[in-house]
Design a binder for this molecule. Structure first.
Ligand code: IMP
Length: 425
């Protein structure tokens, strides 16, 4: 695993549909960084952390906040629900982690999720003939208002005049009755006063620190296959979740980004609707869910489970320009019987179709079949691993196969939720 040099930035990106265990990886990599920044998404994310016998799920504040002397940054590409922001600050305080403007910087230009965005999210899911299975956190409608150019930015919470003007625009431009949303303005102006000390020009802050030789880690949320452009559209989230968004969503140039780490589970999960070509659809689905505790960290919904999909992962590698893969939850493969990995897709007319071709056919209603390679079952998994040679031989074969297929190294493997249950390769 390449160490981050002074004045360099790295990005940790989900290679699947989110929930790859990025929080845990950011927690490990944050030790060697000075600043951890989020650049897209909102509290639709859920990054689980286990440290000092404590467990914590952060939905909005970057995981780096739990490390002393690290600064957490929320970039302009993020959508912020102020209720969630201040609830997380309170939860962190209960865990004796102080959050102040010294260790949390928020972009003035980040968009604010309003109560009416949550109503719109729910209405949309109810009234559509194509439900996405969103997290109902108001994420999509908030990004819609951003693009429509009347979204509320964090700095707008400091001006009653601006806030009222924007809310009026939002209400007038939606085709549904939102007049019942009347009482929240004063609450949001109060949030404005609370958020004010944290606000700054995040791009400026990051660049100045990079020039000073500080190391920045960008914490992706969701995953490549949920990206609004490159994911399984329309079954996606409403932001760009890929590595290049780290620059756009924080206000620095791309040249600062030296490493992109793609994170993938050793199998695959997704929540919500949409294509999932390697879905197990048999008793393995339940088996993986039970062993891997595959229930949403944000909504508690059971995740759909399936096998590692190398066609999708190769696509994710290309879209992100990933230089290394981090494989998580390899221990869950133990006791599942023969382990399968998807190696190719085919349609009724053609073998070896690409990921994007498969999506196109799926959206036309055509069937996409997958082909697997099988690996021997893993029966015994060591609790502590000091060297890759101690891994079961079947897992070693799988790791080599993944590296050969993706043509990038597997640079880290995690085999349990606790700090220390990971191996650098
Ligand atoms: P939204 O982001 O709430 O609009 O939901 C859009 C889709 O993205 C739904 O299928 C969600 O389940 C999915 N999604 C959003 N955030 C996450 C995440 O952090 N992990 C996994 N799936 C997510």
């Amino acid at each position: 695993m390449q160490n981050l040099g002074k004045g360099e930035a790295s990005v940790v990106i989900g290679g699947q549909w989110g929930d790859e265990g990025k929080g845990r990886i950011v927690d490990i990599l944050a030790k060697d960084c000075d600043i951890v920044a989020r650049f897209q998404g909102g509290n639709n994310a859920g990054h689980s952390l286990h440290f000092d016998n404590k467990s914590l799920v952060l939905h909005l504040i970057p995981c780096g906040i739990i490390h002393e002397e690290k600064v957490a940054v929320i970039g302009n590409g993020v959508v912020i629900d102020p209720l969630v922001l201040f609830k997380e600050i309170a939860i962190l305080k209960e865990l004796s982690i102080e959050v102040s403007p010294k260790n949390l910087k928020i972009s003035r230009d980040a968009q604010i999720i309003l109560p009416l965005h949550k109503s719109l999210d729910a209405l949309r899911e109810k009234n559509t003939n194509q439900p996405i299975g969103t997290t109902l956190r108001g994420i999509g409608p908030c990004y819609e208002d951003k693009v429509a150019r009347f979204g509320v930015r964090a700095s707008d919470l400091l001006s009653k005049h601006l806030l009222l003007k924007k809310i009026e625009n939002i209400k007038n431009n939606r085709q549904v009755d939102l007049s019942y949303h009347v009482d929240f303005v004063d609450d949001y102006l109060a949030y404005g006063q609370k958020i004010k000390p944290f606000l700054c020009d995040v791009g400026d802050y990051l660049e100045n620190n990079l020039f000073l030789g500080k190391r920045v880690l960008f914490e992706g949320a969701q995953g490549t296959l949920l990206d609004v452009d490159h994911g399984t559209y329309p079954y996606v989230t409403s932001s760009n979740c890929v590595a290049s968004q780290a620059a756009t969503g924080s206000g620095i140039g791309c040249h600062w980004i030296k490493n992109v780490y793609l994170v993938s589970k050793a199998y695959c999960t997704r929540v919500g609707e949409g294509p999932f070509f390697s879905e197990a659809n048999d008793e393995m689905d339940q088996e993986i869910r039970k062993k891997g505790q595959e229930f949403g960290a944000t909504t508690g919904r059971p995740r759909r489970c399936g096998w590692l999909d190398l066609v999708a992962l190769k696509y994710a590698k290309r879209v992100n320009g990933a230089k290394a893969l981090i494989l998580t939850k390899v221990d869950i493969l133990q006791g599942l019987g023969p382990i399968k990995v998807v190696t190719s897709y085919k349609s009724k007319d053609q073998d070896n179709i690409s990921f994007s071709e498969a999506l196109y056919l799926y959206n036309l209603g055509e069937k996409v079949d997958v082909e697997y390679k099988e690996f021997d079952p893993i029966d015994d998994f060591p609790t502590n691993v000091g060297h890759v040679d101690e891994f079961p031989s079947s897992l070693k074969n799988l790791l080599s196969f993944v590296e050969e297929s993706l043509k990038i190294p597997v640079s880290m493997v995690s085999y349990g939720p606790k700090r220390g249950q990971e191996l650098y390769l």
